[in-house]
Design a protein around this ligand. Structure first.
Ligand SMILES: [Zn+2]
Length: 296
């Protein structure tokens, strides 16, 4: 037998001897923090795909034809819901079990935006559930259940991963609580209205925000009210976000004793993957503790 035929024979034997193993399900998660949690649940089985990568904000996103093809080919699309990713609504209409809308999961406990002082345009469901680590545990549970339904062969792995991840998230919640407890009562201004769940969880006092929807410029009334708060010394800290133009914040800070911190709601500078979620939440907590904990 010639060498090539021997190799071919060995190769064929190897193929025949390996039991057919199903491909892992093709899963797409919409934003990086959600993708991170899904990656944790799928560890050892497969890697989810991330729909919005880079510096794109879900508040300012349009699907390309190639995104639409990726979504059509997915076994499961995991998204927050229509108030955040309106661009997915049409594509996922009628997708049934092929999509997991997390705002619709009862244990995620989605709530309306806090009405606040600026009333009117704060109606509607607040989509920023992922910024609360306790809600993230409910997300992990919902993801584990749905993955186990569509891929029962790997259900045991999903369950074990979800349990381990939930334990880590509970520890993260405790660590954040301890870090923020000393500054909890100090008012601050957020860039956009993304921190309602987070603030309620840790007893923080958001005094206002420049925008509900960061795509819309803040109105004159909002700017006047926030400037008054800063001028009266009621707020000593305001946050910018890397996705959006910070000039409005620096203009209000001019000549006033206002510290400027930075909060990133989706982790644009971070490497997508299982570690992103915890890194993001810790960085934001640290930014809040530092900005509010400063002297002055
Ligand atoms: Zn937002």
């Amino acid at each position: 037998m010639r060498l090539t035929s021997i190799c071919a024979a060995i190769a064929m034997t190897a193929i025949a001897a390996t039991p057919a193993k199903a491909d892992p399900p093709r899963v797409i998660a919409s934003i990086a923090p959600l993708h991170s949690l899904v990656a944790g649940v799928m560890a050892g089985v497969g890697t989810p795909d991330l729909l919005l990568s880079g510096s794109v904000s879900p508040h300012d996103f349009a699907l390309t034809p190639s995104d639409a093809r990726r979504i059509a080919a997915a076994d499961l699309v995991i998204w927050i819901g229509a108030p955040l990713e309106s661009f997915l609504v049409k594509l996922l209409d009628g997708a049934g079990e092929r999509q997991l809308n997390l705002l619709a999961v009862p244990d995620v406990d989605a709530m309306p935006f806090d009405a606040g002082d600026d009333g009117g345009d704060t109606a509607g469901i607040d989509p920023h559930i992922w910024l609360d680590p306790v809600r993230a545990i409910a997300v992990v549970t919902a993801v584990e259940k749905r993955l186990s339904q569509i891929d029962p062969e790997n259900a045991k792995t999903y369950r074990a991963n979800a349990a381990a991840l939930s334990t880590r998230l509970a520890a993260l919640d405790e660590a954040i609580r301890a870090r923020l407890q000393p500054v909890a009562l100090k008012p601050f201004i957020a860039f956009h209205d993304a921190y309602g769940y987070f603030s309620r969880r840790y007893g923080l006092r958001p005094a206002g925000h420049f925008a509900v929807d960061p795509q819309r410029r803040p109105g004159a009334r909002t700017i006047a009210r926030l400037t008054d708060l800063v001028g009266a010394g009621k707020v000593t800290c305001a946050f910018v976000e890397p996705q959006f133009d910070a000039r409005i914040v620096t203009a209000i800070a001019a000549d006033r004793p206002l510290r400027i911190g930075r909060l990133d709601p989706i982790g644009i500078d971070l490497e997508p993957g299982p570690a992103l979620y915890e890194t993001l939440l810790k960085a934001n907590s640290e930014a809040i503790a530092e900005c509010l904990g400063g002297i002055g």
